[in-house]
Design a protein around this ligand. Structure first.
Ligand SMILES: NC(=O)c1ccc[n+]([C@@H]2O[C@H](COP(=O)([O-])OP(=O)(O)OC[C@H]3O[C@@H](n4cnc5c(N)ncnc54)[C@H](O)[C@@H]3O)[C@@H](O)[C@H]2O)c1
Length: 314
């Protein structure tokens, strides 16, 4: 817990404000840089709202939400000066990422680690913004980072020895679950999984198999609930009794191969988008996105609280 006491958050929008809340909750200091003139008030409001959930999750034990532990800077270089761990969450445009890397490079401390939240850009694309990219890793969260445990971490041959491990240790110390991405692919790991499932959902809507609402229900009331407990391969290991995955593959390989051959490959064009939007509006049944977001976060918090004890005993 002594490592990375001083953090910096570059870009404090949807993702950065959430990271700031979590870093602060862990008792660390947070230096924020965001050029938006309203950033300070929106971040403080975000932290205020997130705090209750963080408390429920037992993630505020080392902090008292002290306002003195967060500072807002007018330059990125000032924000990173003296910071041990820097989380970059500026907009997903390579020229913006590169510009901020150029701005901070000379201000970084010798042992600083900088992690980018980037969802779509690859590590090697981002590395070219640094003269020396050895401190940069991918630290890709899932929205909202203060709630969803997963962080995808990646380094490569240009990353200094031990930097990926340091980033993983930091994330675990603040309650995250990390996975290692070993090879550069668009979307890293978890977004590719989401994309695969959503692709088939869209295909089934477009070809009239079921409604948007029923496909969403099939997910949360079925496999989604199991996937919150364990991943798909482990679940199938349990799907054919004592014979485990070996038995499962023997029994079901023909079925899966047949289903895979039949899966759709839709493209998200305006016409399909309209069909999905009409379906989700029906499913929302008049609830605003604010109300649905609050419900989502309440459910996620309940699941996380209920399963925390079990995970701790793994
Ligand atoms: N939104 C998601 O679901 C999600 C999930 C995981 C990762 N990400 C990644 O996180 C990053 C940020 O995404 P977001 O959704 O928070 O975007 P956002 O637009 O909500 O926030 C970006 C923030 O960066 C600020 N900004 C603009 N230029 C800047 C600069 N030069 N220096 C510092 N700050 C600057 C903006 O004022 C804004 O507050 C992206 O790389 C994105 O791919 C997003």
């Amino acid at each position: 817990m002594n490592e990375f006491r001083t953090t910096a958050v570059l870009g404090a929008g949807v993702i950065g404000a959430s990271w700031a809340s979590l870093f602060l909750a862990s008792g660390r200091s947070v230096a924020v840089y965001d050029p938006d003139p309203n950033a300070k008030s929106t971040v403080l409001e975000y932290i205020n709202n997130a705090w209750l959930v963080l408390q429920k999750l037992g993630l505020t034990e080392n902090s008292n939400q002290s306002g003195s532990n967060i500072e807002f800077h007018t330059s990125a270089a000032d924000a990173v000066a003296g910071a041990d761990f820097i989380q970059e969450s500026v907009p997903e445009r390579i020229e913006i990422k590169h510009a901020i890397y150029r701005e901070i490079e000379n201000a970084l401390t010798k042992d600083a680690v900088i992690a980018s939240s980037a969802s779509g850009l690859t590590l090697s694309e981002m590395q070219s913004g640094f003269k020396d990219p050895s401190k940069l890793v991918l630290g890709h969260p899932f929205n909202p980072p203060h709630l969803i445990p997963l962080v995808e971490v990646m380094g490569n041959e240009k990353t200094a020895n031990g930097v990926v491990e340091k980033a993983e240790a930091f994330y675990r110390a603040i309650g995250k679950v990390t996975i290692r991405v070993n090879k550069e692919v668009p979307g890293h790991v978890a977004n590719r999984l989401q994309a695969a499932v959503w692709r088939e959902s869209i295909h089934m809507v477009a070809s009239g198999v079921a409604s948007v609402e029923d496909i969403d229900t099939a997910m949360w009331a079925g496999p989604g609930l199991r996937w919150a407990a364990m991943g798909p391969t482990m679940l199938f290991h349990l799907g054919a009794g004592e014979g485990g995955l070996d038995e499962f593959c023997q029994r079901y390989s023909d079925s899966f191969n047949r289903w895979w051959d039949d899966l759709g490959t839709p493209h998200l064009n305006p016409q399909i988008a309209r069909q999905l939007i009409a379906g989700v509006e029906k499913e929302a049944n008049g609830s605003s996105t604010g109300e649905l977001t609050a419900k989502r976060d309440e459910m996620l918090t309940a699941i996380l609280c209920a399963s925390r004890q079990l995970r701790d005993h793994d």
